[in-house]
Design a protein around this ligand. Sequence first.
Ligand code: GZL
Length: 311
Amino acid sequence: LLASAVALMPAAVFAADLTVGFSQIGSESGWRAAETSVAKLEAEKRGITLKFADAQQKQENQIKAIRSFIAQGVDGIFIAPVVATGWDEVLEEAKDADIPVLLLDRKVDASDDLYLTSVTSDTVYEGKVAGEWLAEAVGGAECNIVELQGTTGSSPAIDRKNGFEQGIAGSDNLKIVRSQTGDFTRSQGKVVMESFLKAEGGENICALYAHNDDMAVGAIQAIKEAGLKPGEDILVVAIDAVPDAHLAIANGEMNATIELTPNMAGPAYDALEKYLADGTMPPKWIQTESRLFTASDDNNAIYEEKKQLGY
Ligand code: GZL
C-alpha cells in the first residue's frame, strides 16, 4: 500500500528534497541579473532549495563555490561558466562525487561526459542575425563597423564574433575597423566606445555591433557625448533584448537587438528532476530561442512587460 502511495506522489514532492548549488558569474549585465532572479523564482516554484554563489566574474571564485557545493553534497550543480576553458579538474571532481553538473547560458571546452546538459542559445546564430540585419540595413553603402566584444575567452564572445563575421561575409562594403572587449558591462562599453570615437573619428564610424545590450547602452552614452546621434549617425545592433534596449529602440537611439531568454534555469531544473527521478538522460544541448527585435516592434509595451521580470 505504501509503495503504491509513494508511486502516486507528485514529482513536486520529490523536488521538495532537491538542493541545487548555482555558481553564477556575477551581475555584470541587466540580463545576468534577470537570469539570477528567474533562477530563484523557478526554484521556489518547484520547491527546490537553491544555494547561490556570485563569483564577481572570477573563475577561481566559481571553482571554489563548486568545490563547496560538492562538499555539501548537493543534488545538482548549475554553472554559468565565465570563460570556456579551465573546468576539467573541478568537473571531474563533481563527476567523482556523482553530482550532475548543468551548464547555463555559456559553454565549456570540456568533454560532454563531464556535464549532464547545457542550456544555452545558439550564440553563433545570434551574431549571424545581427550581421545579416546590418547588411540589410546598410544596403550597398560603405560601412565601417566597430565591435564591442564580450568577456575575453567566454563562449558567447567567441561565437558572437564568428557569427557576425558570417553574417556580413557576403557584403564587401561592410568592414570591422575596430574590435575590443567591453567585458559585457555598460561602463566598459562606454569607455571603449569613447576610445573608438577618438581613434577612428565618429564621422568615419557607420555602425556599432555590441555582443550585449549593456555595452551598447554604455556606448550610446559615449556617442551622444561626442555630439552624434546613435541609431542615425551610428547604427547600433546588439544582443539580449533587455528592457533598456527596447527603450533605446523606441527612442530611435538603437536599431536592433536579438533576444536571449533569462530563463535558462527552468529547463535545467526540469532536466535534473527527470534525471534524478528516473535516470532519463537529457540532450547535451537544450537550445533556447533567439528572436530579432527592431523599431517595427512595440518596444514601449515590451519594455513595460520585461521590467516586471527582475532585470
Ligand atoms: C550569453 C550570456 C551573456 C549575455 C550578457 O549567453 O552569457 O552574458 O549576453 C551576459 O549580457 O553578461
